[in-house]
Design a protein around this ligand. Structure first.
Ligand SMILES: [Zn+2]
Length: 379
């Protein structure tokens, strides 16, 4: 199953429909109906399906189908061909995160043979790697269509340890439009680059404030919320006041910090401090900000039941947090059921050339699912 799933190039910019249709047909072959939740353009889809009696309780196994690009990465093997190298399988998505979905799907015959008293749901999403875009509509549809599950497992790579919290992330593109003038005549124009620089300085001050207010007992590493300006593009020549400057910036906030508040303060500074200052110099100046993605934080509160089950199924005593975002916050908030992140593979191998998964991790995940089935038989 992992070989099949890896063979579909589901880089986020591509369609994931070939993979989704393969899974739908595979499940159909086992008598299981799937529901597809397409994107607006119809080029991608989420999928959900249930094995066992459709009733309250049960487990949602959640995986994203997309993978990050291999462009420019020095791979030693074909990233779209699962390659067996002793203790590991190599291929794009082996670790992040087709293995979890593949193991669950491969065990469907086992799920069907069991006397499940509660359902095991599959929830496969698109566009996780570009900001968890598919998970919102998937979680909303599941909430309406499926009786409330008892536990949601997001199978991102954690080495099968139990993760109960992560930071939230929001990404933005802010475009400053100034007015060109010769750089000797600064009074005739306004430089988009200079005002973008003002905004970067503001974000630095905001980040310092977030650092100062981070809880002393923060379990995150780094312990505070962070803000990063990833790219700056602007200007055309040294002797011209820049007409345009574009920033790509990302906030990664602790569950205890408020994404809305930070966003509001940044937008307020842009609209009520910087924009008037630019327009005093030239009335055509403008600032436009577009939010590109929003991943809510995943808070540890309310996940105790899921933690207890995931620890029992995984055999892991490690419960912790991770600094990267997953779909857990979206599923937790929208469906309102206890959620954990627990899956095979090491995040250190994710997004890398020569991405691999240890075969022992596949065994560990299979054992997790076997214990999950035993639990589902006893409900
Ligand atoms: Zn992932």
């Amino acid at each position: 199953m992992l070989r099949r799933l890896v063979a579909f190039d589901t880089t986020s910019r591509e369609s994931n429909l070939a993979l989704i249709h393969y899974v739908r047909d595979y499940l159909k072959g086992h008598g299981i109906d799937s529901t597809l939740v397409p994107n607006a353009e119809g080029t991608k889809a989420n999928l959900y399906a249930a094995v066992g009696p459709v009733k309250e309780g049960g487990v949602v196994l959640s995986g994203h189908t997309d993978v990050v690009p291999v462009d420019g990465q020095p791979w030693d093997t074909d990233p779209w061909t699962l390659t067996d190298k002793g203790d590991q399988y190599y291929g794009r998505g082996t670790c992040d995160m087709k293995a979890f979905s593949a193991i669950g799907l491969a065990m469907v015959p086992h799920f069907l043979r069991a006397r499940l008293k509660v359902p095991i749901h599959f929830a496969l999403s698109y566009d996780e790697e570009v900001g968890c875009l598919g998970a919102h509509s998937l979680a909303e549809r599941l909430t309406g269509a499926v009786p409330r599950p008892q536990v949601i497992v997001i199978g991102e790579p954690t080495m099968m340890t139990v993760v109960h919290a992560h930071k939230g992330a929001r990404s933005y593109v802010t475009t400053f439009t100034g007015f060109e003038a010769h750089s000797s005549m600064t009074h005739l124009g306004v430089s988009a680059v200079h005002f973008a620089g003002e905004f970067i300085a503001f974000l630095n001050r905001l980040e310092a404030e977030l650092e100062a207010r981070a809880p002393k007992d923060s379990e995150f590493m780094p312990p505070m919320s962070t803000i990063n300006v990833g790219t700056v593009h602007g200007g055309t020549a040294g002797n011209i006041l820049a007409r345009e400057c574009t920033l790509l910036w990302i906030s990664r906030l602790l569950p205890t910090d408020d994404q809305e508040e930070i966003e509001r303060r940044a937008f307020d500074y842009l609209q009520n401090t910087l924009l008037p200052a630019m327009r005093r110099r030239h009335p055509d100046a403008n600032i436009v900000t577009e939010r590109r993605s929003s991943t809510p934080p995943f808070s540890p509160e309310g996940n105790d039941a899921a933690k207890a089950l995931a620890r029992a199924w995984s055999g892991s005593n490690v419960v912790g947090s991770v600094p990267y975002g997953t779909e857990a916050g979206i599923f937790r908030r929208t469906i309102g059921a206890p959620t954990v992140v627990c899956g095979p593979g090491d995040i250190a191998q994710a997004h890398q050339p020569n991405e691999f998964i240890l075969k022992s991790q596949i065994d560990a995940c299979e054992n997790f699912m076997r214990r999950m089935v035993e639990w589902a038989e006893q409900q």
